[in-house]
Design a binder for this molecule. Structure first.
Ligand SMILES: C[S@@+](CC[C@H](N)C(=O)[O-])C[C@H]1O[C@@H](n2cnc3c(N)ncnc32)[C@H](O)[C@@H]1O
Length: 221
């Protein structure tokens, strides 16, 4: 998958930032549909996370999850490649404990280790060919007792958007269309890949629309 596509993916989210929350999955958390119920279940799982000394949130977007994560730490670092997303996040979360950095996660290497690395609806934008490298970077970003938490849409999700060879065409309110990566990873396959790269104690919950996965950095590496 080309660098051009990954750059277009960033351009898409930069352009989409101001309309993200009105068009993204969180709006589907309202109401009493099966999807909304699953969304709220995922929120409850995040609410139930323990306290951490520090958290790293990857691809934080406008702050849908950043808000919840601030309740679980005094030190939160939130990364995203779209300055427009970071600005909205900063304005909406409005919490001086959050440190924002504009980072392209395909060129990123953590400069410190964290107790929790959290990512929501990001992994499905990592092409399969980049996944192993990305998982290794995440592992290196974790303290030895650290946890990674991934929330996303699984292969076979009922929230079907037409996808051609793991590329989706996404159209903004103004009619502009962008191509982005969308890899619906199968949680079981993801677990196997993660075990290969130094994760253990993997716990997975797969629904019809979403899955979440929690894993620890293995002690013996
Ligand atoms: C589907 S949104 C998820 C946002 C947020 N985590 C949420 O759940 O609402 C994907 C996010 O990835 C960011 N993004 C896209 N390409 C990126 C890259 N190469 N590096 C870092 N962030 C990127 C976008 O700006 C966007 O905020």
């Amino acid at each position: 998958m080309s660098d051009t596509l990954l750059r277009e993916q960033i351009a898409y989210y930069r352009a989409r930032a101001s309309e993200y929350e009105e068009t993204a999955l969180p709006t589907l958390g309202a109401g009493d549909t099966p999807m909304a119920r699953e969304w709220r279940d995922a929120e409850r799982v995040v609410h139930a996370l323990p306290q951490y000394t520090d958290i790293l949130e990857l691809a934080c977007g406008t702050g849908v999850w950043t808000r919840l994560l601030t309740q679980h730490t005094e030190h939160l670092t939130a990364l995203d490649a779209a300055p427009e997303m970071l600005e909205l996040n900063r304005a909406q979360v409005n919490d001086a404990r959050v440190n924002y950095e504009c980072v392209n996660l395909f060129e990123w290497e953590a400069t410190q280790e964290y107790e929790l690395v959290f990512m929501a609806f990001w992994l499905s934008h990592v092409p399969d060919a980049q996944l192993d490298l990305f998982l290794q970077r995440v592992r290196r970003a974790l303290k030895s007792n650290g946890t990674v938490f991934i929330l996303d849409e699984p292969r076979g999700t009922k929230n079907v958007i037409p996808t051609n060879e793991n590329i989706q065409a996404r159209t903004l309110n103004d009619g502009r269309t962008f191509s982005i990566v969308k890899e619906y990873y199968a949680p079981e396959e993801l677990c196997a890949r993660m075990r290969q790269f130094g994760f253990s104690s993997i716990e997975v919950s797969r629904g019809d629309y979403f899955f979440w996965l929690r894993a620890a950095r293995s002690q013996n590496d």
